[in-house]
Design a protein around this ligand. Structure first.
Ligand code: CUA
Length: 191
């Protein structure tokens, strides 16, 4: 093939050379694609596909009966180290509870799970943005330095009522929180 090449003006690459180069690049692309697909398949099988959070499973059919996510356990609760843990359940089409009161300047751990389908949990302007998948506990940690009402829309399409699914996080100053909720869970159902 090489001997068939006729001299071409400067800058013009012979068609045979182009074809050969293209074939090599095609091969490189196909092997890269194959390599990446292998990573996806192997990691999916080895570590079982799971949402990008801590891998903690929970039985969505018995959430209301026992364990961490029973109704009496939902909302914000003060931990011995002074931080707050907020537990919520997502369902079509609401978060339970639909409003939680927490303290500013305090480490917050949100723990959420879903009772039915995949929902999303997003607090705009914070690092909180996670999927809430039935069968798994989604855990995110954050803190709010400024008091205020933070709207919490479901950001994962979950059905015809998706657009109306949202909750609020009411961040109050530390002192106010301590006095309004000396013990147990705090909620902001009144507003
Ligand atoms: Cu729940 Cu969208």
């Amino acid at each position: 093939m090489q001997q068939n090449l006729i001299p071409l003006p400067d800058g013009i690459v012979p068609a045979a050379v182009i074809a050969r180069t293209e074939k090599r690049w095609l091969l490189a692309m196909v092997s890269m694609l194959g390599f990446m697909m292998a990573i996806v398949v192997v990691s999916g099988i080895v570590s079982a596909s799971h949402p990008p959070s801590n891998v903690e499973t929970v039985d969505p059919t018995t959430l209301h009966l026992s364990g961490e996510f029973t109704e009496a356990n939902l909302g914000a609760i003060r931990e011995p180290d002074g931080s707050l843990t907020v537990r919520m359940v997502a369902d079509q089409y609401a978060f339970v509870p639909d409003c939680v009161e927490i303290a500013a300047g305090t480490p917050i751990t949100f723990r959420l799970t879903s009772i039915d389908v995949v929902h999303g949990f997003l607090l705009p302007a914070t690092n909180v943005n996670t999927m809430v998948v039935p069968g798994f506990v989604a855990e995110v940690r954050t803190r709010f330095d400024r008091p205020g009402i933070y709207r919490m829309p479901c950001n994962e399409f979950c059905g015809p009522g998706h657009h109306g699914m949202w909750a609020r996080v009411s961040v109050v100053p530390k002192e106010k929180f301590a006095s309004s909720a000396p013990a147990g869970r705090a909620s902001c159902a009144q507003q």
